[in-house]
Write a protein that binds this ligand. Structure first.
Ligand code: UD1
Length: 432
């Protein structure tokens, strides 16, 4: 039975929010644990659907997966089997593509289902991943039914790889493949996102030799094997940014805890232009908004640029500007504006032309029934509902649960009037 989220909005948010571990780091580090012929203990694991699916995938391949507490999991990959990967689960998740790099690296062969994930309304290719594997010596073929077969008969050999497009997934997948390859791999024009540095730190703490992560040239000296160990995943930059955007939209003041300030600078720069005050502490940030919102232009770019995964959330406060037009330019994906029709139902005035959206500030939004078309679009719907006058119901919340831990509980704790409603009964239920 599917459920919806109901929000009674137009109420400022006050209090503290604790940020969970980073989704996109966890989604790479869990399969990376399959490279290790031993036991990895991962701390700060976010309790979200995508991470649970990724854990089920590695469990389905024979890894031992055991939670020691709600945020710490042990993965024992000593008895991984290649003959029965859970294809249906792989299709649910974009990040299942990391198993290509991991299995190639450890076993010199892999057969995986084409990955699923968020549909932004455009193409999400994996050609750069494939090009990288081929450069390292793998033969790649597509089989009927949407399967990718990869084989490196003579093992993978380190090579230089130039990425034509800055790709987070290709950078991490090639890094994974090169970890146990023979010799040195150099990835040029690499992506620099915080989760790339986190994956490199994880691999290095298990005995890999990855240098330069966080710059656009990453060097990986292949090692024969990795050993087990303990690693703590970084906090989620986008989850933190989502709460920062929410309080900017609703007004109020939130102390957002368990963050890395450096990761949030690209987001807070825009929020400050919009009229929010942002004050950083060692591992927390306070965002306050009491005055009017100002129009702002945003262009999404690879890190350290403004993240595409924060674009829908920031569109909401831009709708609430009293006067003036803001321009958003999507610089990463071909299209990422499927949420715009939903915001229009709430009174937004937004014109989209290809990669550009012009948002004419309308001062306020009005609650309406809306749908989450993908994960970050869903977060934008929640923020819109929190700021809007009247009641908003958000459908399609499975998209939101893929990437936000306890979003209803966290917003409720800072004063939001937000509830799950079970479809069919019209009955409100709190989440724990
Ligand atoms: C990851 C994130 C996603 C985020 C995106 C950009 C995960 C699970 N997902 O997605 O939330 O929106 O980074 O920050 O971590 N491209 C190619 N060929 C390829 C691969 C990518 O042309 O083989 C292009 C894409 O079409 C896109 C751009 O490169 O225009 C960036 O995509 P990429 O960074 O690879 O995104 P993902 O890793 O899939």
């Amino acid at each position: 039975m599917s459920s919806k989220i109901s929000i009674k909005g137009n109420k400022p948010l006050f209090g503290e929010v604790n940020i969970s571990g980073a989704k996109n780091a966890a989604l790479a580090i869990i399969p990376a644990a399959v490279l290790v012929d031993g036991v990895c203990r991962l701390e700060n694991i976010p309790n979200i659907v995508d991470v649970m699916v990724q854990l089920e995938i590695v469990r389905g391949m024979g890894a031992g997966v055991r939670f020691l507490n709600p945020t710490t999991v042990e993965i024992d990959s000593r008895h991984i089997a290649l003959n029965n990967p859970p294809f249906e689960l792989m299709r649910k998740l974009r990040a299942s593509y990391y198993l290509m790099g991991v299995l190639l690296s450890r076993f010199n062969k892999a057969e995986v289902a084409m990955p699923g994930g968020c549909d932004f309304g455009g193409v999400r290719p994996i050609d750069l991943h494939i090009k990288g594997f081929e450069t390292l010596g793998a033969k790649v073929s597509l089989k009927e039914g949407g399967f990718v077969c990869l084989k490196a008969e003579n093992g993978l050999k380190g090579r230089n790889i130039f990425l034509d497009v800055v790709s987070v997934g290709a950078t991490m997948n090639i890094m994974l493949a090169a970890t146990l390859a023979e010799g040195q791999t150099i990835i040029e024009n690499a992506a620099k996102e915080p989760h790339i540095v986190d994956l490199a730190n994880f691999l290095n703490s298990m005995g890999a030799r990855v240098m330069g992560a966080g710059t656009d040239v990453i060097k990986i000296h292949g090692v024969p094997c990795l050993h087990g160990g303990t690693y703590s995943i970084i906090p989620d930059q986008i989850e933190a940014g989502t709460y920062m955007a929410a309080v900017t939209a609703t007004g109020g003041s939130l102390l957002i805890k368990n963050i890395i300030p450096r990761h949030l600078e690209c987001i807070s720069a825009k929020l400050v232009e919009m009229g929010a005050e942002v004050e950083y502490f060692d591992d927390s940030v306070r965002v306050t908004r009491s005055g009017p919102l100002h129009k702002t232009n945003i262009k999404t770019l690879p890190y350290p640029g403004f993240p595409t995964d924060m674009q829908p959330q920031l569109a909401v406060p831009l709708c609430l500007v009293e006067d003036g037009a803001s321009v958003i330019t999507e610089g990463v994906w071909d299209s990422r504006y499927r949420y715009v029709d939903e915001l229009r139902k709430m009174g937004a005035d937004i014109h989209v032309d290809g990669k550009v959206a012009v948002i004419n500030g309308v001062g306020h939004l009005t609650g309406a029934p809306v749908k989450a078309s993908d994960l970050r679009a869903g977060a934008a719907m929640i923020i819109a509902g929190l700021a809007a006058e009247g009641e908003t119901t958000v459908e399609g919340i499975i998209h939101i649960e893929r990437g936000y831990e306890d979003i209803v509980g966290k917003f409720k704790a800072v004063g939001a009037r937000i509830e799950y409603i079970e479809e069919g009964y019209g009955e409100m239920r709190d989440i724990v």
